[in-house]
Design a binder for this molecule. Sequence first.
Ligand code: SF4
Length: 451
Amino acid sequence: MRISIQSLGCPKNFVDSEVICGYLLEKKYTLTNEIENADVAIINTCSFIQPAVEESIDAILQTARLKKEGKLKYIIVAGCLSQRYKQQDLIESLPEVDAFIGVDEISKIDKIIEKLDTVNLNSAIFQVNPKPCFIYDEKSPRFLLTPRHYTYLKIAEGCNNGCTYCLIPHIKGRYRSRTIESVLTEVQNLTADYPLKEIILVAEDTTYYGMDLYGKLALSELLQKMVKLPWDEEQRIRILYTHPAHYDDYLIETIAQNPIICPYLDIPLQHISNNVLKRMNRKICQKDILKLIKKLRDRIHGLTIRSTFIVGFPGETDDDFQQLYDFIKEYRLEKVGVFPFYNEAECPASRLSEHVPESIKKARLDKLMRLQQEISLELQIAKIGKEKRVLIDEVSEKNKKILLGRSCSEAPEIDGNITVLKGDYRDVGKWVDVKIINAHPYNLVGEKICK
Ligand code: SF4
């Protein structure tokens, strides 16, 4: 049977989609990226906030239309939508779906398809462990869906932090690290099989890595062992999803002293006012956040900090928002995303008092994004005339001599990119030297330097 897969949501879900593809190929199924030619459509869903739920349901309904037209035999819904909602609600509201599977079932995907094709079912299959405990490892088959020169590496699953606005612990379960040996083996397997130039470490909280398994924060130990692997000078390690409360000096020194680790840190801070940080249960206060940023900038040369913030959290006063506004203005973080608080019923935050009206949420979000756009443009303009190493991701559809890439300062998908003129389509997957000639708030333009 021919299988198509749609992967929604975050890079952690994306890795699950790659593992699903790995198991399917191992069982001799054929993958197709043309859903019209598929017999089975798998939709690996996301559901941590309402917009993600809507996007997942839209994808399911669009796929259901193909099934109604007889172009598809089965629809399987995997991932966070299956994990978040009750069996009855899902089966009644999405009758076109033949199977709902959870995080723990991805290694059994072939059995699910077999069952669909052999058993005359009068109701959709619903196989979801409410307390998921699965995490893939180096023995799990995996088929990379990213361009062949970069990959995500999931070092742990789940989360124990319990931020009051977040559903992920409820959806993905308790934090579970892979062993250091498992991660190192997978790195060696992947770099042997693919011309990788960038390996991106992901988890719900990469800085909490090892606490469950080794009783201590062990990301630095993992990195220390990773940097000793046989890398060539063209390969880079990038770290996403760190938590500001889980940094220590050993980790900062490990990042500062190893040029193979991109001087780029994704640190979702969410807010800066102590009143809001406390209500969010972020386990860190304003003073410690400011100290951390100062230490990181002092120790890590050329550091790019990416962060995200939530506005309109219950109880956020004008003064709380002003503190956030002043912080963003003064600390001038390189990459910033701002989101309105989403009142998800299952979250403790939904039971907090003093919910902020949508109009005020919107006004605060717009005000912060306008400020950040100015800051981002100023920071980008300062790069004009500078030379940068750029990893070429793709050729522009319009012109083969125009390439799109990223430096260490841009992560795939979430940050802008660099348009490279006078390039060569054979540069895809390679680092090239580029002189920056123009800047926009989120993107740069440069010319390839022919040495
Ligand atoms: S650390 Fe991230 S994933 Fe974990 S509860 Fe907080 S927001 Fe959710």
